[in-house]
Design a protein around this ligand. Sequence first.
Ligand code: S6P
Ligand code: ZN
Length: 187
Amino acid sequence: MDPKLDPFTTLLDLKLGTFDPERGPVQVRTQEDLRGFFQADPPRPDELVYRVMPVPVPTENSEIQCSTTVLEPGTVGDEYYMTKGHFHAVRDRSEIYIGLAGEGCLVLATEDGRHRVEPIREGMVNYVPGGWAHRSVNVGDEPLVFFAAYVGDAGHDYATIERDGFPVLVCRGDDGPVVTDNPHYRP
Ligand code: S6P
Ligand code: ZN
């Protein structure tokens, strides 16, 4: 075959989640960007919630996309800072997360309403099978940093999550994180 890409190398800072050199534009998500994903309205709309550092490649299933995510500590209402969460647009596409720093959890859900909550910590590898929506949540006091690699043509379906939510919420309790049923799941 005639190769489509040339090889490349970048240095990943295992604590900060940054690439040197950067491979693509950093995506920034503020509280305002997450309006409708948290139960409460954003109290500080301009405040940074997370950044995604991508290593873009063609969006074809012969390629492997990867990125790091840095999710700040914080809450909106009782809910810990979290990513929007998504199904892959091509539903059966899978993904791997590797925890680099901080303390978090990965909330997963199927279209028929099953859910799982898995830990994200330094050195942990999470496998996200096709068909499972996924959202990461920072339940600690430091940034949560993880690396993700996924099938190139997976794409992202955020609209289903914005409409239906996840079956459970991860909230700050008196003695730490509490996972509760989401009263607004699939209104
Ligand atoms: C991509 C992968 C991650 C997320 C990132 C931000 O498939 O799951 O790179 O994109 O953690 O989350 P979200 O839900 O805003 O894309
Ligand atoms: Zn994904």
